[in-house]
Design a protein around this ligand. Structure first.
Ligand SMILES: C[S@@+](CC[C@H](N)C(=O)[O-])C[C@H]1O[C@@H](n2cnc3c(N)ncnc32)[C@H](O)[C@@H]1O
Length: 227
């Protein structure tokens, strides 16, 4: 599964309507193996065109990653679905997302949990994402401009943690901020071209690791981005 944007020279045809496009997205996510009806409904009802730059809006409801400002990407919907399903969210869960980006993944998570804390190192991305989430009337997300590798210690521990940028290893601070019984989903690997999406479950004695899929994410970078 690729997080790389497709060539910009070959846009696909626009969907007949936004609703048709959203149905098509949910169908693609279901076809990729996501079966949780709550996740499929969240994908269907989150208007992805709102999170995509105007230049790429005709591809908003295709199952592809697309460029967003600051050299980043909005994730591929099937990857968003897979990661969301792997979190096995409950309505009381307190969730941390590292890598807000466009805010799309956050908007998909929001209806499935109690509260989401999301961190982004690019301030312009964070501001734009907050505006979109507000436009959708989503009120259970708190956003912060920071280096997410350090987590959000004041709000820890978290029931669930999702990392949407790739690191060689899961950041230690994030593992420490996961509750016992909690789940973290993150792309991990040395290569910029391909990483393993892993699900980490914190147990009484340590951590269990499960490989989910090969993915390609932008790197988790140190510090906040300078303007
Ligand atoms: C693949 S994009 C995120 C996609 C996003 N979840 C969405 O739905 O649009 C990864 C994001 O992680 C951010 N990022 C990378 N390293 C980070 C860090 N240390 N702390 C916070 N955000 C980081 C990037 O700036 C980028 O916006």
């Amino acid at each position: 599964m690729s997080e790389s944007p497709p060539p910009t020279s070959a846009p696909s045809a626009a969907p007949a309507s936004a609703d048709d496009g959203q149905e098509r997205l949910a169908t693609a996510v279901r076809g990729s193996g996501v079966e949780d009806p709550r996740v499929l409904e969240a994908i269907r009802t989150t208007p992805r065109d709102l999170f995509v730059e105007p230049l790429f809006r005709s591809q908003a409801q295709d199952d592809v990653a697309l460029p967003i400002p600051c050299g980043q990407t909005i994730s591929q919907p099937t990857v968003v679905g897979l990661m969301t399903q792997a979190l096995a969210l409950g309505p009381r869960d307190k969730v941390l997302e590292v890598g807000t980006g466009s805010g799309y993944q956050a908007a998909v998570l929001a209806p499935l949990c109690r509260r989401l804390y999301t961190i982004e190192r690019h301030e312009p991305l964070l501001k734009a994402a907050e505006a979109r989430l507000q436009q959708l009337g989503i009120t259970n997300i708190t956003a912060r401009h920071a280096d997410g590798a350090w987590g959000w210690p004041e709000q820890a521990p978290f029931d669930r943690i999702i990392v949407t940028a790739a690191a060689e290893d899961p950041p230690a601070a994030l593992l420490e901020q996961l509750k016992i019984g909690g789940i973290m989903v993150a792309p991990v690997g040395e290569s910029d071209l391909e990483q393993q999406l892993i699900k980490i479950t914190r147990t009484q004695g340590g951590f269990d690791y499960q490989e989910l899929a090969l993915v390609r994410f932008v790197p988790l970078l140190e510090g906040v981005a300078t303007p």
